[in-house]
Design a protein around this ligand. Sequence first.
Ligand code: SF4
Ligand code: SF4
Length: 462
Amino acid sequence: MVNISRFTHIYDLGDAVALYHSLRMKPVYLTKNAFKGLQAWLASPFCDKIENAPEKIRTEIHELTKFKILTQNEFEDDKVLQFVKSKIPAPAVNVCYMILSEQCNLACKYCFLGNNDSAKRGNFLREDMSPEIANRAIDFFIRQIKASGLDVEGNKPVLIFYGGEPMINFKVLELVAARINKLRKKEQCIHNIEMSVVTNGLLLDQEKVRKLHDLGVAIAISVDGFSEKANSMRVDVAGQPVFLRILEKLNMCKAMGVDVSLSVTLSEETIRNTKDILKLVDVYGIKAFGFNIMMSSDTFVLPHSYNEAAAKFIIDEFIELRKRGIYEDRMMRKLKSFTNAQIYFSDCAATAGGQIVIAPNGQVGICHGCLHNKQYFIAHIDDDNFVAVKDKNFIEWSQITPVNHQECMNCPALGICGGGCPINAMHLKSGNTIHSIDERFCAHSKKTLEFFIKDLYRIINE
Ligand code: SF4
Ligand code: SF4
């Protein structure tokens, strides 16, 4: 018998209907009449074979079968799921977060690392990364890339200087970046490595900006909008706002002609005003940035309405930004998956088993969200025999993907979601683990998929 797949979801588009298989990921658009014809045929005794489809909707039915929206036998759905699961990538390290310092000169109220919490803050290492540890960390990262066997042409390695506030330890940042540039010729696996620093910007000055630029280290500055109000969560350790000081730094980079990207955390105030971010983009000629959906924790609880509002904000901004030829990272990753009809297994490098985090004392972990308690820090740069991609923790993390979650099976966004953040999932409710669902992320994934399906229909009709 011909049936609608259990992975099929139906979207009402007013004058038409979209049918979408969450794992095959190609929407098929039907007129309302064709959809009624399909429903009538599926309810009739003649739907035993595709060949018996009524003449007037035969083309549509072939299309629906091609994209697995209709199944021809009871095993077809399971086969598709098995096939998709067989494609879950094995861990392969190509991203390194190098934590130059766990100390930070700010104490943002939403900090997911725990800088907003004196108990967690007290756990951060006081010693910054030394040049010796940094050198061994580089060697360790190179060993892990080699062991992963990745084709680095298609998977450029990435080194991110991170903290705390990485600019606190600028001397070591310079040393690392200079050595990496020297090694590019000798070590084929990092010949095309990309380096960036994620900073709150306050410690940037002209000399440092010039050096970063000359060393090929991209600068990402955290800012949450173009007003004091939107940035009210970003405060220094004395609780004083820092927005005006960040603007000075943006002005300085602009005057020097050095491009910066923005890392925008979507505070509740940020998402109240859709024009604010666009002003920032226009005034500072920003070409790239990423939105961060806020994470809740035991010390920072978000209202339920936040998730929906943040999801809507990201879509509204996407529509405006693409008019300027600017594409935000988070939406781009999903759009790529949707347009290529390719399953997006992980939304973060940690759940792809692709990321190592190196703490200032040389401990090696999976996620920088655990810096305050070093959970999932399971190795040290001096463990010559440690191979991340063969480690059971990295393998476990690499299997965290919606297609392995029973709760995700009926979700339309199954293919484009990538899951959210396991650390956030773990903190959402007591009893949760890294294998729980990051519900904060669901509104974003589902709304984004709905937007893509409707937007594609609009484009086809235009
Ligand atoms: S698990 Fe969460 S905090 Fe850690 S890298 Fe992934 S998204 Fe970031
Ligand atoms: S995490 Fe949420 S949005 Fe993503 S596939 Fe699962 S249920 Fe759907």
